[in-house]
Write a protein that binds this ligand. Sequence first.
Ligand code: SF4
Length: 360
Amino acid sequence: MKTHYTIPFFILHKGCPHQCVFCDQRKITGRRMAAPAEVPERIERYLETVPSAGAAVEVGFFGGTFTGLPMELQDSFLGPVRKYIDSGRIRGIRLSTRPDFINEDILTFLKGRGVVCIELGVQSMSDRVLSAAKRGHTAEDTERASRMITRAGFMLGHQMMLGLPSSSADDEYFTARRAKELGAAQVRIYPVLVMKGTELARQMDDNRYVPLAEEEAVLRCARLILYFESRGIRVIRCGLHPSEGLLSGDDLAAGPFHQAFRLKAEGRIFSFMLDHVSREAAREDNVIYLSFNPKDEAGIFGFERENFSKIERICGRDRDRFRRDEDIPRGCLLIAEKGRMFLLDRKTIADSVLPECLRD
Ligand code: SF4
């Protein structure tokens, strides 16, 4: 299997006419945007660090409404990538945009310039939630754009948010279901963070908005990862990338920010799995052996080894009963006990722990 690499460029939509309640446009406009002239040099630099064999490399334009930029500017970003695609060094281009900035002409233009994946900033499939977030588009825009994108042969990505004003867990599970039904192959999940200076921060100060608690955000994310992965949809990001302003706290007013957010969610999934093993197999007289893929070790132990006591309850203190095994598929546990051996995969766990609305 090839390892995926993305060479990222952050394209800010300066002067965006929308006013999403969670977005601080002053910070966006104050930030430096990548310039088209930097594209070839940055690609060359990245390619030097990527192994020549077994790598699938893409160029990604993120951070704004790419297809809302003037056509000439879009062209000046995409054009320099062409020669790398033609030479086979770059597999293609991915970009993110709003659902209401997609039409047939735009898709034809992008197709001709080597774009292979379009990620839509969906955020929610509830019009009530979209309206409360002042997104300026509807769920129908997402449906229409998603269908056009998949029909035109692009890979479709959906980006969704957890904890938007007036959004419930059920709204978010519904958004996830629609992502699957609309053919998303990849998703990014972002718990809402309250950034200083935003309308959301003012709503919070007036007690009109309560951010998600970290534990709840981790739990919802863990369920969504289980849902998507068990349906063959890759979750390529969970939680915002930790920028300097987030790490220092200068930009963040409140919300479930954690540098190891994905690890926390993975740890929660393995916690579900360990609970399942305890229920199914752990009895006084039963000696259980657990095997796992070494790449899952951090997730199995969980953040700050929070799953350790569950592992010990199942395997005792005998390290031999808790084994790394490269042949075990990622995300699974192999359980061996007297007279039987079985593989516990994410589909099985999804079926047992997901809420009714996510079982299909
Ligand atoms: S998040 Fe909303 S307001 Fe901010 S740049 Fe994107 S569309 Fe514009």
